[in-house]
Structures are given as C-alpha cells and as structure tokens.
Design a protein. Sequence first.
Length: 216
Amino acid sequence: MSALNTIFILVTAFLAVFAESSFGFFRHFLGAQIDLLPALMVYASLRLGLPAIALLAVCGGYQLLGRGYRGRDGSFMPGAGVFPHETVAGETRMIGDVLLECELAHGVRIRVAGFENHAGRTLLDAGAEPLGRVVHGFGNDGTSGYEGCRVERAIGTYLHGPLLPRNPRLADWLLAQALGHAGGGEPMDLEPLADELEEAAFRVSAERARARGGRG
C-alpha cells in the first residue's frame, strides 16, 4: 500500500469516526462496520510510521499486525506489517501461564504475568524489540526466550489473562501513552490509584507461571 493510499484511509476513517460521534448518521449506512474505523485509523497511522499511537494487540491481533502468517499447508496470509515479525504455524499448541521481565522505560524493569494459548511461532526480525524476556512460559516461539514485540507505543503480545487487570503497571503505562498521544505530547504522569486487588491477581498469576510455565 502506498503512502498516499494510507493517508487517504487515515483521513477518511478519521472523518467518518468524527461524523459518527458528532451526528450519529454513519451507522445508518455502514451498520456495524463503523466499529472497524478506529482500527483502520490505528493501522494507517502505524503504517505511516507515526509513533504516537498507543496500541495493545493480543494473540491473533498480534499475529495479524505482523507481516503475515504461514499455515502448515504452506499458504501465506499477509498481515498489516506494523510489527517486524512473521508467524508460522506450529505442530503443537503452547499453553500455560507466563511471567516476563519487561523494560517499558529506560532502566525501569517490571514483571508482567499472563496466560498464553497459541500454535503460531512468531519470529522477530533481527533488531526487533520484544515486549519482554521470558522468565517462565513459552513466549513467541518456545525457543528464543522472548515474548511479544514493541514498536514505540504499540505493543503486541500472546498474553491473555486478562492482561491489564493483572498487571496494573503495564495498564498505567499504556494509559499514560494514550493520554500523551491525545494531548499531543509526552506520556502523562497518572495519579496513583489503589491496586491491592490487581497486585494480588498478579501474584497468583506469577506463581502459577513459576509452577506450570513451559520455560525456566
């Protein structure tokens, strides 16, 4: 897709979403397809290399935002090309709890816990930035020791969970990035909220990863 076509998609989707939110008449013509327009805006923005988009893509969404998916029959399904990776179908599924070590900000490391269930093996390009290092679990391909991918404010991962309620620090980071984008500047400093229940959920998930994860 050319840059001109991508810009056209971005502008058209933006105008349609603005018109729907302001006047509410586009749904009458497009039906449920209007709900796809915000995703089109994200896709077009990332294709243009705009780093301001804050995005979380999970499992199938993570795969489809790469260059594509190669099935076991050799067929290739092209992806959006947002993340620098390609996925190939595996013979067995990789299932279990996962614990990662991530560095979302320079010098600031956090642990992220979740649950993976995927047969695809996602292979990152040389030099691509993973979301984190696998402490326990399988990760992208079961062998590299990495999980997920990150491009500026956009994150792709295999971690279900639910991911954000179990990882309040990751949720805060993503919200701060989105608010920074909305304000046209740097990520905002968020006022701390009580997160005792979320931290308890994280501890349970992390302990399950230690006990049942595929690596480590």
